[in-house]
Design a protein around this ligand. Structure first.
Ligand SMILES: [Zn+2]
Length: 383
């Protein structure tokens, strides 16, 4: 075997052992050997290396097996950290995440509507420093930043190609932020970051085929196939908001006619509500729905129909095990789920429906931040 191949295999074996300790912890060396089919000698050697480097420690939990009790292993949460950032039009969220993917601290701050690109970068930098210092984390333990934001993102080059919400186009966000913070930075579309969180700590841990649907100021999806984010040719796969559902419908901000997002985005809902009475925010519509005002019930009835159609279309195309519904609408009106599911029962082909679980994200406003930080860890951790 070539030297290079040996090194690669060694790295892959170490990653595999680390990943198994993460997902099956606390776990014994014997169990690791059984699951990986590696020899006990190899496992002992790899574990010893990982222990010396500070990634793994012996657990205080005792094994319940009879006879000689094997020592159990777990990850050291504080060996390294990453910072996750979610950027939106009006809000920026910054979170410090440990090696286990747990959120150590979380900060939310407003982004002014007229804020310049530089101001936003400076604010992220300031909050990142603040969160690291306040938690007394050694700077060398922070291996990088992950940023999730809406728009079309070249995640390999770290470039924001276009973000309608942020009004940014063709900017090297990863490089600019790296220059400012001196940390390595990865960026991606916010839903593609969020599905990493769902798959690692959220609703689809046990599945490699799932779809996350985000319903809020816009609508979009992230698709995970065989454990990998499905990206398409230029990382825009999942932009379900711009599937055309009525060629005679309303004009969309993308320039086309009848896109799904023209029916269920927050601005579309507010515009519809204003045909009945003056409404300024989506919260007013949700309040009216909670008070069972007829017009609000009618609007939301139509919204759930379109969501169910989106779920049905995604289910037929990819046949995932889970479709995770998330976003502001789902967080604010959790009771609406049962109406969506009833309509899904009606619209989705039975052969697909019977194996599909429709679930709801529980990560709330932390989802993108945690996903971005976990993804940063996966990409930047050099074993
Ligand atoms: Zn469109």
């Amino acid at each position: 075997m070539e030297k290079q191949d040996q090194l690669l295999m060694k790295k892959q074996n170490r990653l595999l052992v680390l990943e198994l300790i993460r997902t099956m912890s606390p776990i014994s060396r014997i169990q690791l050997s059984k699951v990986t089919k590696m020899s006990p000698t190899s496992i002992t050697r790899i574990v010893q290396e990982l222990q010396e480097e500070g990634f793994v420690r012996e657990s205080l939990i005792e094994s319940t097996s009879i006879g000689r009790r094997p020592t159990l292993l777990e990850l050291c949460p504080d060996v390294l950290y990453t910072v996750g950032v979610e950027l939106d039009r009006r809000i920026v969220r910054v979170g410090l995440v440990d090696f286990l993917g747990e959120l150590v601290d979380f900060k939310i701050f407003q982004r002014k509507s007229q804020e310049s690109y530089r101001e936003t970068l400076n604010n992220i930098h300031e909050k990142t420093l603040q969160i690291i210092n306040e938690n007394q984390i050694e700077m060398k333990k922070v291996i990088g930043l992950g940023v999730g934001l809406p728009g079309s993102i070249d995640y390999e080059k770290g470039i924001v190609k276009i973000s309608e919400q942020l009004q940014w186009g063709n900017i090297p966000l990863a490089d600019d932020l790296k220059e400012l913070t001196t940390h390595n930075v990865i960026i991606d579309n916010e839903l593609k970051m969020k599905i990493i969180a769902e798959n690692t700590i959220g609703q689809s841990i046990d599945s490699d085929n799932c779809i996350l649907l985000g319903i809020g100021s816009g609508i979009g999806a992230a698709i995970l196939l065989h454990g990998e984010v499905h990206r398409g040719t230029s990382n825009n796969a999942g932009e379900i908001g711009h599937t055309v559902i009525d060629p005679n419908g309303l004009i969309c901000h993308c320039g086309k006619v009848g896109c799904l997002s023209t029916y269920i985005s927050e601005s579309a809902i507010i515009a519809d509500a204003n045909k009945v009475k003056p409404i300024h925010s989506i919260e007013e519509v949700y309040d009216a729905y909670r008070s069972k005002e007829t017009w609000a019930c009618n609007i939301m009835d139509r919204v759930t129909t379109y969501i169910a159609l989106a779920v049905s279309n995604m289910a037929c195309l990819y046949e995932p095990e889970y479709i995770i519904l998330s976003g502001h609408l789902i967080d604010e009106l959790p009771g609406i789920g049962k109406f969506i599911e009833e309509k899904c029962d009606r619209y989705i082909w039975q052969s697909i429906r019977q194996n599909l679980k429709i679930v709801y994200s529980k990560l709330g406003s932390e989802g993108v931040v945690r996903g971005a930080a976990i993804q940063a860890q996966k990409v930047l951790l050099d074993l």
